[in-house]
Ligand binder design. Structure first.
Ligand SMILES: CC(C)(COP(=O)(O)OP(=O)(O)OC[C@H]1O[C@@H](n2cnc3c(N)ncnc32)[C@H](O)[C@@H]1OP(=O)(O)O)[C@@H](O)C(=O)NCCC(=O)NCCS
Length: 334
């Protein structure tokens, strides 16, 4: 039994936070943000719009596009670092209830920006082992809930959104996911961290006073390691599967910073047409970044059945992951 990437869906909040808006909030400029990151604007969820709401909307689209009923889903894996609750119930359980699926295995995984590709590796393993037939994988973030909007080093980068995909069993090797790599190095844990709440810093006055509930980042160090690790990881997965970068129509890298995307794309000798770039309009949406980017090329008619995608991501942990797979759904026609 093989696993195939059966469908894609995404939800993007309507509220836009532009660089001009940020100029009024912190000491920054549209010019600085564009030049250093390629980001022009990002989406921010409403106060009463939580991670599971965005995840549910993306999931319902993905299930419909797979031509399935919600009852066909036998596993839900939600990747997020901004869950509805720290830490129970899992966001996957809340999503199952909001979609209206009873008696389904559901759990979250925490791998920051690498979460969606980590979830893909879990879905592939469950299906290849014969345990599940249709796995709903989600990357969803309300990152604005952990961003300090007085910290110019981080608040310019992140946005909210959700993406989801159905991974289904197939006996047709031609449409199967070819390979998924996923790895981590915890010695770099302090590069990207939300110190609280957790067992290290339970909620206290100190947490509030010191803003320990907000994301902290060593931006420059993360940047350098991201370029190095991502480049090596994609070169490895291509070489191991005897595929050349010129044969990949859609390189979908994590959307953190255009300069990182460009450096990795150049190292792989990819053309502009091959590299998918959405960071300018969504910023970094962490686990939602890759499925939102896939949905973008799908809905614009660029992604067709059978075409190869190379996914590549990097995030807090530190974690990183890549995947090589054909798109195995119907072409967009809504
Ligand atoms: C955050 C990032 C854009 C900063 O760009 P950079 O070129 O590394 O900039 P630096 O951090 O070296 O800062 C350079 C200067 O700009 C200033 N600066 C930082 N943020 C600024 C902002 N929003 N507006 C204006 N100036 C800013 C710094 O204070 C520093 O000033 P100084 O030279 O007077 O000390 C970049 O490091 C980055 O994208 N890193 C990776 C982050 C990432 O991808 N994280 C998620 C991984 S999943």
């Amino acid at each position: 039994m093989y696993a195939k990437f059966h469908s894609i869906g995404a939800f993007v909040p309507s509220k836009i936070l532009s660089n001009e808006d940020l100029e009024k909030m912190v000491d920054t400029s549209d010019e600085w943000i564009l030049k250093r990151t390629g980001i022009k604007e990002r989406r921010i969820a409403d106060d009463d719009e939580v991670t599971s709401d965005m995840a549910t909307k993306a999931s319902n689209i993905a299930i419909k596009r797979a031509g399935l009923n919600k009852e066909d889903i036998d596993l839900i894996v939600c990747a997020t670092v901004t869950p509805d609750y720290f830490n129970m119930p899992s966001t996957a359980c809340v999503v199952a209830d909001k979609i209206g699926i009873k008696n389904v295995q559901a759990f979250d995984i925490s791998a920051a920006c690498s979460g969606f590709v980590y979830a893909l590796s879990v879905a592939k393993a469950f299906i290849e082992s014969g345990m599940k037939k249709h796995v709903l994988i989600i990357g969803a973030e309300k990152f604005s809930s952990i961003v300090d909007y007085t910290d110019r080093a981080t608040c310019i980068l992140f946005g909210d959104g959700a993406g989801a995909a159905v991974i289904s069993a197939t006996d047709n090797k031609d449409e199967a996911i070819i390979d998924v790599h996923a790895s981590a190095d915890g010695s770099y844990a302090d590069f990207l961290v939300t110190p609280a709440p957790g067992s290290v810093h339970p909620v206290s006055q100190k947490v509030i006073d010191e803003g320990l509930n907000f994301v902290q980042m060593k931006g420059n160090e993360t940047f350098k390691l991201a370029v190095k690790t991502l480049t090596k990881d994609v070169k490895d997965i291509l070489a191991e599967n005897n595929i050349e970068s010129k044969d990949i129509p859609h390189f979908v890298p994590h959307q953190a910073n255009y300069r990182i995307i460009k450096a990795v794309g150049d190292a792989l000798k990819m053309t502009e047409e091959q590299v998918v770039v959405t960071v300018g309009k969504y910023g970094n949406t962490s686990a939602a970044s890759i499925p939102m980017a896939i949905n973008d090329i799908y809905e614009s008619g660029r992604l067709k059945r059978g075409e190869l995608m190379l996914l590549d991501t990097f995030g807090g942990g530190l974690t990183w992951a890549s995947a090589l797979l054909p798109f195995a759904g119907d072409s967009f026609k809504e």
